[in-house]
Design a protein around this ligand. Structure first.
Ligand code: SF4
Length: 366
């Protein structure tokens, strides 16, 4: 086999052959491959799986992000977003947020809502907002809240996680975006976000959502104090849950960025680390349909490159509606792309642009 000639290390060769034969690799094999395979090998394997699953299709949607507030009861050490002492804060009223959606007309198919965990706003406060969105645009998909936001607002409304999710679904929630997974390893999580819900609580909430028929996405926050074992172990917990429910739409690696947060002294990992992480995610998560490069965070150029390392999704047009990564020092301080820009970017990388809905139904192939 061609791949065997590319690799010197016998153990890497054995694991790579297993991947090429379509077999699942174990956690231990995932760590060996990640630590010892060169970038070309990882890219070759990831691209094969990407093309087996999705051909040349590269998905995107037309979406608007709403970030209701940066006030937050938590203070995660990697977070550049929440309002710190002496910093400017914001709280949008439901009317202001609804106006942002109304201003988009028919242009968008999805509203993505995440923000800080506001001390006062409960589940019914947001529920009313969801109802208003659906009155305005019954066809728009509401993808909202990280797990920690949901568990907080449910608790505030005296509901269990399952009751809270069912109530949000009733109000109009269609799916959950997947942020807040951070890193599941208990020791590392304790160091970077000691007060936040645990990794097991994140997984429980997503499993409960899947059982209620609410699809969700999954993420990892990489590039701070975790090592390669912690990363693969994180992927392994997601793969196990996906085996049980099949409820995840897509996996999105999120890079730690250093500006305006407590861990800034760590700096940022290199582009080589980024590429390897995307590739190993595609190889390891054999039961996930899609891997997304979130371009406002990783950059447009690197996103294009990642289309050869396992990625088949570019998120959406965004319309300059998110501050989460610009506050953390991302290159693009006003992230926005027209459909034409998105289509060109994908075609320039030799792939086929496909506009999708929020659960990967095809709207238009370009
Ligand atoms: S990551 Fe989320 S929960 Fe943590 S401080 Fe930032 S906004 Fe709050």
């Amino acid at each position: 086999m061609f791949i065997e000639k590319m690799i010197d290390d016998d153990e890497v060769k054995r694991i790579a052959t297993k991947v090429m034969d379509g077999n699942r690799i174990s956690l231990a094999e995932g760590v060996i491959l990640y630590d010892n395979a060169d970038m070309a090998t990882l890219g070759f394997l990831a691209n094969k799986i990407r093309e087996d699953k999705n051909g040349d299709h590269t998905y995107f949607n037309k979406n608007l992000h709403i970030e209701p507030t940066n006030r937050c009861v938590y203070s995660c050490k990697f977070c550049s977003y929440y309002q710190k002492k002496g910093e400017e804060g914001w709280e949008f009223s439901r009317e202001q947020m609804l106006e942002k959606i109304a201003n988009m007309g028919e242009e968008i198919t999805e509203v993505h809502i995440v923000g800080g965990v506001h001390p006062q706003w409960d589940l019914h406060y947001y529920g009313k907002f969801f109802q208003d969105i659906k009155k305005l645009r019954p066809d728009v998909h509401i993808k909202a809240f990280t797990a920690v936001e949901i568990s907080f607002i449910a608790k505030k409304s005296k509901m269990s996680v399952a009751e809270g999710l069912a109530a949000l679904k009733e109000y109009g929630l269609d799916s959950i975006p997947g942020g807040g997974a951070e890193i599941f390893d208990e020791e590392i999580r304790q160091k970077v976000c000691p007060h936040k819900d645990t990794g097991e609580e994140w997984l429980y909430l997503h499993e409960t959502a899947h059982k209620l028929g609410i699809p969700t996405n999954a993420t990892i926050l990489y590039g701070h104090i975790e090592n390669s074992y912690h990363r693969i172990e994180h992927l392994n917990r997601l793969r196990e849950l996906q085996d049980r429910t099949g409820g995840f739409n897509v996996f999105i690696p999120l890079k730690y960025k250093k500006e305006n947060n407590e861990l800034g002294y760590l700096g940022e990992v290199s582009i080589i680390e980024d590429i390897k992480l995307y590739a190993i995610s595609r190889i390891f998560l054999d039961n996930f349909g899609h891997i997304k490069a979130y371009w406002p965070m990783i950059g447009k150029d690197i996103s294009q490159l990642l289309l050869s390392f396992g990625v088949d999704d570019f998120d959406g047009t965004i319309n300059d509606s998110t501050k989460i990564y610009s506050l953390a020092g991302a290159e693009d301080q006003s992230p926005s792309m027209s459909t034409d820009d998105m289509v060109k970017m994908i075609k320039d990388a030799g792939r086929v642009p496909v506009e999708r809905d929020s659960i990967y139904g095809i709207i238009k192939e370009y």
